[in-house]
Design a protein around this ligand. Structure first.
Ligand code: ADP
Ligand code: MG
Length: 234
């Protein structure tokens, strides 16, 4: 697929197929198009050429398709994007109740299950502003899981966190990966990539420059641009 912002060709002939259950880590320098790419996968950004399909549903201008895909795709952002005026539990049940039409009791029971999974059930009645960054990000992950997504997208989920909170979020993501979730993660946490990724993808200047399993990617990068990037971050 291709994408332009006006005259600027931001994504150039990206070609990627992700299999159910696969865990992909995307890395690359700032401005290389990583966020734009994953935002295209749930049509937060429109692409102009090529084809994007999620579980067989093509993303085009058809609003029905966009709605269907968004219901199946969970997304976690750098800055959590929780609703500040709603409690943790209300953040979690909002979409299941209004989008999936799940009865409130059932939605709340499911939300508590996911809050337990991310190890913060005791925070259910608090507001996001009363939680640490790491806790807020775990709420954001639990909130996404409440919609039973088929795939989870992460855009630098730990890069706004203080160092001591990064691990708790990565541990949550590792558990999610181990549960079999299909995941596409933009992150520079290379320890995470080595632990869970099936494939690491390196993007630069709107292109996929190189992709390989982590063992190969880190020990034997082929492209000079990949090597240069790894030297800077490792
Ligand atoms: P990354 O996530 O890899 O840092 P982005 O996808 O955020 O990169 O940005 C890729 C390029 O597209 C950058 O040059 C950025 O300035 C540009 N860009 C991002 N969003 C917009 C936008 N809404 N309009 C115009 N240019 C944009
Ligand atoms: Mg980005």
């Amino acid at each position: 697929m291709h994408k332009w912002f006006g005259q600027f060709h931001v994504l150039k002939a990206l070609n990627l197929e992700v299999t159910r259950g696969e865990r992909i880590v995307i890395c690359g320098p700032s401005g290389s198009g990583k966020s734009t790419f994953i935002r295209c996968l749930n049509h937060l950004e429109a692409h102009q050429r090529g084809r994007i399909a999620v579980d067989g549903i093509e993303l085009n201008e058809d609003v029905k398709n966009i709605e269907t895909v968004r219901r199946e795709v969970g997304m976690v952002f750098q800055h959590f994007n929780l609703f500040p005026h709603l409690t943790v539990l209300e953040n979690c049940v909002l979409a299941p109740i209004w989008v999936r039409k799940t009865p409130r009791r059932k939605a709340e029971a499911a939300a508590m299950k996911y809050l337990e999974r991310v190890k913060i059930p005791e925070q259910a009645g608090k507001y996001p502003g009363q939680l640490s960054g790491g806790q807020q990000q775990r709420v954001a992950i639990a909130r996404s899981l409440c919609m039973n997504p088929k795939i989870m997208l992460f855009d630098e989920p730990t890069s706004a966190l203080d160092p001591e909170m990064i691990k708790e979020v990565l541990d949550t993501m590792i558990e999610l990966a181990e549960s079999g979730m299909t995941m596409l993660c933009v992150t520079h946490e290379m320890g995470f990539a080595k632990t869970v990724a099936d494939r690491v993808i390196f993007m630069d200047a709107g292109e996929i420059v190189e992709q390989a399993p982590p063992s190969e990617f880190f020990s034997n990068p082929r492209e000079p641009r990949t090597r240069q990037f790894l030297e800077q971050i490792l």
